[in-house]
Design a protein around this ligand. Structure first.
Ligand SMILES: [Zn+2]
Length: 250
């Protein structure tokens, strides 16, 4: 891969970083990331990942844009209401960075289609809004040794998890939460969520993805990041592999 003059210019502020350089930028351009959910977390994550030069990005979302999404789903504008989320998101990213390959999946991620959709991506960003999808993605990524960066937001509280299943020591979502919790019906719709918190958590997810691909710094793998946007505290809590979890057989 030889950089064009435009590419050198576009990515110059990263290429100049010793830990990235030409080699790192090529790694990013060769990598592939699937974003599940073009929502509050998927919006900032997709924007940053496209801007910094992830070469292949997929977005899967079954929904259409609603007016109540616009406080936090910054990839959409007022005139996108009622339009298909994945298509709109991909079109926005194309304008931001025509240098990368983009693919939209306007559908729900299910047990039946997850392999077909996910198999060609190295990294999955989970920005989904329900536990059923979260567990589905966790189990698939564990089985197929993908890197998973998961985020969650509710009211003023956020969480980020990174699971690098290429590393045998990585815990999984089920180590923290063996099954779908009883109050799993709680979501942004019933509980509310602060718009900026989505930006914080989604951006941290994009940051984690970038570091995992480049293999630089310390990622969150083996920890959970717990964010309180009101007190403005960020707590990194150790998450160990549970001895009776299904990730122990992998
Ligand atoms: Zn586990």
């Amino acid at each position: 891969m030889k950089f064009t003059k435009k590419q050198i210019d576009r990515y110059s502020r990263q290429i100049i970083l010793k830990k990235i350089g030409i080699i790192g930028q090529k790694k990013l351009l060769r990598s592939s990331v699937l974003i599940v959910g073009a929502g509050g977390l998927g919006s900032p994550a997709a924007i940053y990942l496209a801007a910094l030069g992830i070469g292949n990005i997929g977005i899967i979302d079954n929904d259409t844009v609603e007016m109540s999404n616009l406080n936090r789903q910054i990839i959409f504008s007022n005139n996108d209401v009622k339009k298909k989320k994945s298509h709109i998101a991909i079109n926005k990213l194309k304008k931001l960075n025509p240098d990368i390959k983009l693919k939209s999946f306007q559908k729900k991620l299910t047990r039946k289609n997850i392999n077909q959709i996910t198999k060609n991506f190295d990294v999955v960003v989970d920005g989904s809004d329900n536990f059923r999808t979260r567990f589905l993605i966790n189990d698939y990524c564990l089985e197929n040794k993908k890197i998973l960066v998961s985020g969650a937001i509710n009211r003023f509280d956020g969480q980020v998890y990174t699971f690098n299943f290429l590393n045998k020591k990585s815990p999984c979502l089920r180590c923290f939460m063996p099954n779908i919790p009883i109050n799993s019906g709680d979501n942004c719709e019933t509980e509310g969520v602060l718009g900026t918190l989505a930006g914080v958590v989604g951006s941290i997810q994009a940051n984690e993805v970038t570091k995992e691909i480049l293999n630089i710094g310390d990622t969150l793998c083996g920890h959970i990041l717990i964010i309180d946007a009101l007190k403005l505290t960020f707590r990194k809590v150790r998450l160990n592999k549970r001895s009776d979890c299904l990730c122990n057989d992998k």
